[in-house]
Ligand binder design. Structure first.
Ligand SMILES: [Zn+2]
Length: 441
């Protein structure tokens, strides 16, 4: 609830006063209804008029004033001035009737209770309780009944304040439609008679309604009972059918569960077989992989072998060619050897011939040497003979001539010896070259 302003306070003689009926400010001489602390009448030109606690008053700290306090006061004021109220007549299916009271009195003792308002109608009292937060308890109701009081409780707990101050007009409107409850109704008096007459009339209506309803109800009961019996019979036969069906169903269920159990066992066995098969498959896969690797390596080896064989085959083909070439060469060599042999044979003949010629030359040389020695000795003899005769010069001339001749002969011998050595060397070369092929003497 928004902040609600206080518009009622107590004047210096303790009566409730409206802010509009007092002078402005502190001079109003008013006190708070909730805490009895001093209040000032705030009557400015703009805002709605209201009472405010005197600034810094100690009492306001323990103030019990609430908007409900003012709602309660204003409702009493409305009732006192209007002297009329829309009230429910009767307690059974009540009708609402605007009751005009002769007099309205606020807060006077009535036996042991103090009602909020007492309304008088043709001398008869109607106690009016205004409940905003506090409703009449069982004790108070009991007390009211004890003194045969007629008392109505007006429920204002649902009233909602619009704006900063509580409008008396809103209270007046709400009093017409607020919930109202009779707490106690006196058994005698005009007002009470009006209430009771209504109740009696309502009761008679209700009774006739009840009896007609009861009759209808009885026929309904009979009909329903017949229907019930028919339904019961059908139900019982259906029940026995159902029981039979249930029995069959149970039997089927047992069969089904035994079949299911068997199925479960079969499934379990199958699962075991499947897992075994899976294991075997894994082992086989491993073995297959190993074999595959082995085969591959073997295949590589075989391929290598084939390559090697192919190389060998190629080499063999080459060897055949080489063999052919070799045979050709051998034939050539044989031919060459034969021709060389023929040449050697001719050479040998030549050597023999030359050797014989050399022997002859040697013999001639020996003979010449002997002859020369003889001539030398003869010349020596002659020189000895001539020595005395021929001058030293002639002797020297003879000696030069001799030496020249000797030189010429020695040269011839030397040439022949060189020829001989050359032939011997040729023979040795031939022996070295062809000694392994043919026999050379
Ligand atoms: Zn106060």
């Amino acid at each position: 609830m928004a902040r609600i302003l206080m518009t009622r306070a107590l004047d210096d003689s303790g009566h409730i006063v409206d802010v509009k009926d007092v002078v402005s400010g502190k001079a109003c001489n008013c006190t708070c209804i909730g805490c009895q602390g001093a209040v000032w009448a705030m009557k400015g030109p703009i805002k709605a008029h209201y009472f405010a606690h005197e600034p810094n008053s100690i009492e306001q700290n323990s103030c019990t004033w609430k908007p409900e306090t003012e709602i309660h006061i204003l409702a009493k004021e409305v009732l006192a001035t209007d002297r009329q109220l829309l009230l429910p007549i009767g307690t059974i299916n009540p009708i609402h009737k605007n009751i005009a009271f002769d007099e309205m009195v606020c807060e006077v003792y009535e036996g042991r209770v103090i009602p909020d308002v007492i309304g008088f109608i043709e001398g008869e009292k109607v106690l009016i309780e205004i409940a905003v937060t506090h409703f009449c308890g069982r004790g108070k109701i009991k007390e009211l009944k004890k003194v045969n009081a007629t008392c109505v409780e007006l429920d204002l707990s649902g009233f909602r304040v619009k704006g900063e101050t509580i409008s008396k007009e809103d209270i007046r409107g709400y009093l017409k439609r607020c919930p109202k409850k009779w707490l106690s109704v006196s058994p005698v008096g005009n007002f009470s008679e009006m209430m009771h007459t209504h109740n009696r009339r309502e009761l008679i209506v209700l009774q006739s309604e009840y009896s007609s309803l009861s009759k209808k109800h009885q026929s309904d009961i009979n009909r329903l009972s017949e229907e019930y019996n028919a339904v019961k019979t059908t139900y019982q036969s259906e029940l026995s059918n159902l029981q039979r069906v249930i029995e069959q169903a149970r039997h089927s269920e047992n069969n089904a569960s035994s079949i299911l159990k068997k199925w479960d066992e079969i499934i379990r066995d199958k699962n075991i077989s499947i897992s075994k098969a899976e294991e075997s498959i894994i082992i086989l896969q491993d073995r297959y992989r190993t074999l595959e690797a082995e085969f591959k390596s073997r295949l590589y080896h075989i391929q290598d072998e084939i390559d090697r064989k192919q190389d060998l085959l190629d080499e063999l083909i080459k060897l055949d060619e080489l063999k052919l070439e070799f045979h050709t060469q051998v034939d050539d060599i044989t031919r060459t050897i034969k021709s060389k042999e023929a040449r050697l044979d001719a050479g040998e003949v030549e050597v023999r011939r030359r050797s014989a010629s050399l022997d002859l030359i040697q013999k001639n040389l020996n003979d010449s040497f002997t002859s020369l020695q003889e001539r030398e000795s003869a010349l020596t003899e002659r020189s000895k003979d001539l020595a005395s005769i021929v001058e030293i010069k002639s002797r020297e001339q003879a000696k030069v001539m001799f030496e020249q001749l000797l030189k010429e002969r020695s040269k011839d011998i030397k040439n022949l010896e060189e020829k001989k050595n050359k032939v011997i060397r040729d023979i040795d070369d031939l022996r070295r070259k062809y000694g392994s092929f043919i026999k050379i003497p």
